[in-house]
Design a binder for this molecule. Sequence first.
Ligand code: NAD
Length: 460
Amino acid sequence: MITTELSNVGNILHNQREFFQTGKTKDVNFRIEQLQNLKQAIIKYEKSIVEALQADLHKPEVETYITEISVVKEIDYTIKHLQNWSKPKKAAVSWDFFSYSAKIYPEPLGVVLIIGPWNYPFQLIISPLIGAIAAGNCAIIKPSEIASHTSHIIAEIIAKHFDPAYIAVVEGGVEASQKLLAEKFDHIFFTGGTAVGKIIMSAAAKYLTPVTLELGGKSPCIVDTDINLEHTVRRITWGKFINAGQTCVAPDYLLVNKKIKKDLIDGLEKNLKEFYGDNPINSPDYARIISEKHFDRLVSFLKDGKVIIGGKTQPSERYIAPTVIDNVSLEDSVMQEEIFGPILPIIEYTDIAEAIALINSRPKPLALYLFSQDKNLQKRVLQQTSSGGVCINDTVMQVGVSSLPFGGVGDSGIGNYHGKASFDTFSHKKSVLQNSFWLDLKWRYAPYQGKLPFIKKLLG
Ligand code: NAD
């Protein structure tokens, strides 16, 4: 196991600042080499990554490939576009600036801090790291201590493939985080819960450090009548129960048109059997809850409403069956907190206005899902609600599209990343205006006497 002494944090930071000052990371070819280096390291460690996630979350190998190791695709995408993204871009100037030219230069921020959560503990560290490297920064990474096996593997991969004066890992929990947050960084990229997000932002405020906060929340999933029921049920089951519901963009609760509710519930029950068999505890394809503390929190939700599917638990394995609950009240704790587990409450509506009003009465969610082929309904929901992102007629898949910036709004986060958005997040856009010497009009210079009418005409 490779760990960094917390007392060493100041040294690492100092060395990274010195390394950054050498200007090496400003060379785009260097960045591309480092991205290739990262890709090769992930490929080499594939088996160990799968094992670590199996140990932390009982994560099925297929899910680890789809949701963690697939981050390699993001490296390829970044390498393909990096030369273009890093070029200065010409900016238009208006006619009154005719002797000038303008350009925007993306430049690296410096040394950045990346703090990750436990639920997709590999991907949610590596994906922002790709952006940090692509934009030419040095980085210190703090993976989640709760997914400890994955944290150790990340530490090993980084230590074996990168100079710590360029990229380093600091392992540990709150203490490590706070030690890091006491230092000055040029950007902090945090993924985790809203409550901790506030702590991160106030620590960053001390140094005016910009932050990206990728937070969570209760993502609603509206199900209208104009759907293909079979496809809808499958896509909801997958998005909700992948990683045993411990997904920031999982549908948190369903808002279902009353007319289709019974069919939807029957469909979910049938589909769950198809995915995980009669007894999901025996399925190799179903994950476990990360820790006893999270297990206990989730079990307490089971007293809310009426369990209509699932509901079984096995504390020794931290197993909670895929569960659907009906008759919940909006005041129940399952409808107050982000669930972040395999429990799906159903709330019915008779008119879409009720569903929209409920969504708008809550903090803005990270994701909003709508199942409907009705174009007018789609337009109405898009216009009348606000969320980090929207996915129509599917769940979770929006996070896999590199051309779509991913992030929250309001309580679900600040800033975004993925693809070009990651490069932008870790870059400063430096505006450069250049004048020439062939002309020097005097209208803006003192003495001003008699110049106002002309200036009014020019700027009016
Ligand atoms: P968390 O906020 O508890 O922890 C995240 C990180 O912060 C960990 O590395 C942890 O060590 C550190 N941390 C915890 N307490 C801290 C403190 N007091 N001071 C400083 N650092 C501290 O989040 P989690 O439980 O790991 O993850 C679950 C949450 O993350 C959920 O709310 C989920 O929705 C959200 N999430 C969001 C995204 C996204 O992309 N928007 C992705 C995954 C998870």
